[in-house]
Ligand binder design. Structure first.
Ligand code: CDP
Length: 229
């Protein structure tokens, strides 16, 4: 199936399987996959390691801003997210980073910093990007927008299994609490809060297999672009 050079924006609540769907779309239709959350996680790791955020979530904004303005080399490499030549893919997926990423992502200058990186990385098009505000703010003109949802307990179990598979020792209640906290902060912040774009198609994947997700997406693209197989 030949899909035109479009931008596909995937948004939704935490751990709804946005990145799994985005990766699947990228593989199936030869798109570039960009994970916007990885950049917010990268800024969070950077802030934690340099003392720009305290354990009580106090953010030292002036210092963090100066460091970002000085040019933090946070970027997508071929095999994941990097700061300079250090691959940070493992570090940014921990519960420590998950615990502080939403307050960091609510800071307007952090959002502006990440938006700049996302526009740079997506400039060539034929991109599938996932996040919270891709269809509403980063690429409001994206040709296809998908808003992903799944039941709370399904999301928590999926994230728990993911962390476990990576060798962490997560607590299911703690994972659930983290997802609920992030969803609340992400949808209530002032700058580009998480919400469904009016022209986004909703996918509830609580009971869907990956195969069903890709069939659903193919149907959507076929309907939109009258693509002939
Ligand atoms: O994969 P998961 O659902 O855990 O989240 P993520 O996509 O890695 O994003 C981590 C956090 O980054 C979110 O909870 C948001 O606080 C923030 N984020 C955002 O504000 N805007 C985006 N476009 C993407 C992520």
């Amino acid at each position: 199936m030949q899909v035109p050079d479009i931008i596909i924006a995937i948004d939704g609540f935490s751990a709804t399987g946005k990145s799994t769907l985005a990766k699947l779309i990228a593989e199936t239709f030869s798109f570039l996959y960009l994970d916007s959350g990885a950049l917010y996680r990268g800024v969070t790791l950077f802030a934690q390691e340099n003392g720009y955020i305290d354990p009580d979530n106090t953010i030292h904004e002036a210092e963090l801003k100066a460091a970002l303005d000085a040019g933090l080399d946070l970027h997508f490499g071929l095999d994941g997210t990097y700061i300079g030549d250090r691959r940070i893919e493992k570090e940014i997926r921990t519960m420590e980073v998950s615990g502080q990423v939403s307050p960091i992502a609510a800071v307007p200058f952090v959002r502006a910093f990440v938006d700049g990186k996302l526009h740079e990385a997506g400039a060539k098009g034929r991109v599938v990007m996932d996040g919270r505000d891709i269809g509403t703010a980063v690429f409001p003109n994206a040709e296809v927008k998908i808003f992903v949802t799944a039941r709370d307990e399904v999301r928590a179990q999926r994230r728990y299994d993911e962390l476990k598979a990576k060798g962490e020792n997560p607590d299911l209640q703690e994972v659930m609490k983290n997802l609920a906290e992030r969803d609340y902060i992400d949808s209530h912040r002032e700058t580009n809060p998480l919400r469904r774009a009016e022209d986004a198609y909703v996918m509830d994947n609580s009971e869907m297999t990956l195969h069903e997700e890709i069939v659903w997406t193919q149907g959507l693209l076929q309907g939109r672009f009258r693509i002939l197989e």
